[in-house]
Design a protein around this ligand. Structure first.
Ligand code: SF4
Length: 291
């Protein structure tokens, strides 16, 4: 839940989730529909799907026990190097470092070398004697991440009160490195077509192939390369939406109709039994300006 999401946003979702699913077994018996409904509003829904798939796999193939081998852990859906190392450290107290953005920055500053010039795997292997000096490896994994988030922050690190300042090359250097993270932003243009009715409902379907929202409830959506002209649809407005590193330029069209294609069902902005992603809720808010 915490990937790309702040703690304060996650807390109510985490509490609700762990109250409902008390054991791995409870989670594995849930359905994708149910789990997505609980995740509604948290975004990055692939995490929810992966979590459910992980619970099923752990029960079926691993006797409900997290594997100890990094190769096996990385076979679980959505688990890469970072999560695998974090799990081995936190669950099995193995000497591991979970290299997220915060931890990379801490190392980079201590060495006063830009992140993209460091081979972190090599560095950790070479310095493991100096790095892993505690038996509390689980706390060490957590502490490093917290240290990066709270002390050696991206902007304005707390150097004056930092316990590493005596050895930190960034602090001592007159030529401090700059770590600039360039997020690759992609621009895409989409046309969205909404069937709407007098009850302020929009017809949605799960049969769409839009990669970032595949199989979610959406109106008809098409990537557009040229300007669209079709007299059956009325242009409502242009607006922008961002999803992860995608910047979407959207042209929204609508038509009032009681008849809708077979794969569609009517939905309202609130109180749907099925999960509706924030992306679709934003479409609702634009359409509701018509009423
Ligand atoms: S002294 Fe400053 S730059 Fe160095 S580790 Fe501490 S907070 Fe980070």
């Amino acid at each position: 839940m915490l990937q790309q999401t702040q703690v304060k946003t996650v807390v109510p979702f985490f509490n609700k989730f762990t109250k409902k699913f008390r054991t791995l077994n409870d989670l594995s018996k849930s359905s994708e529909k149910e789990i997505l409904k609980m995740w509604e509003g948290l975004g990055y829904y692939r995490r929810a799907r992966n979590l459910l798939a992980c619970s099923k796999l752990l029960i079926q193939n691993y006797n409900s026990i997290l594997p100890r081998s990094i190769i096996e852990i990385k076979k679980l859906p959505g688990v890469g190097d970072y999560t695998a190392n974090a799990l081995l450290g936190l669950v099995y107290n193995e000497p591991r470092i979970a290299l997220d953005g915060n931890v990379k920055r801490v190392f980079s500053r201590n060495l006063n070398i830009e992140e993209n010039k460091i081979n972190f795997d090599k560095f950790i292997k070479k310095n493991k004697k100096q790095l892993f000096v505690t038996r509390r490896n689980d706390d060490f994994v957590e502490a490093l991440m917290e240290f990066g988030a709270l002390i050696c922050k991206p902007k304005d690190p707390n150097c004056l009160t930092c316990c590493l300042k005596k050895t930190c090359k960034y602090f001592k250097s007159s030529k401090k490195i700059k770590n600039i993270r360039n997020k690759m932003i992609k621009n895409k243009n989409y046309d969205i077509f909404c069937y709407i009715n007098k009850k302020k409902q929009i017809a949605l379907t799960k049969s769409n192939q839009i990669s970032f929202l595949k199989n979610f409830n959406l109106p008809e959506i098409k990537e557009n390369k040229r300007s669209f002209k079709n007299q059956n649809w009325i242009f409502l407005k242009k607006y922008k939406n961002s999803i992860s590193n995608l910047k979407l330029n959207i042209n929204l069209y609508y038509k009032f109709s009681d008849k809708i294609p077979r794969a569609y069902s009517w939905y309202s902005l609130k109180n749907n039994r099925e999960f509706v992603p924030s992306f679709t809720k934003k479409i609702f808010r634009q359409v509701l300006t018509l009423f």
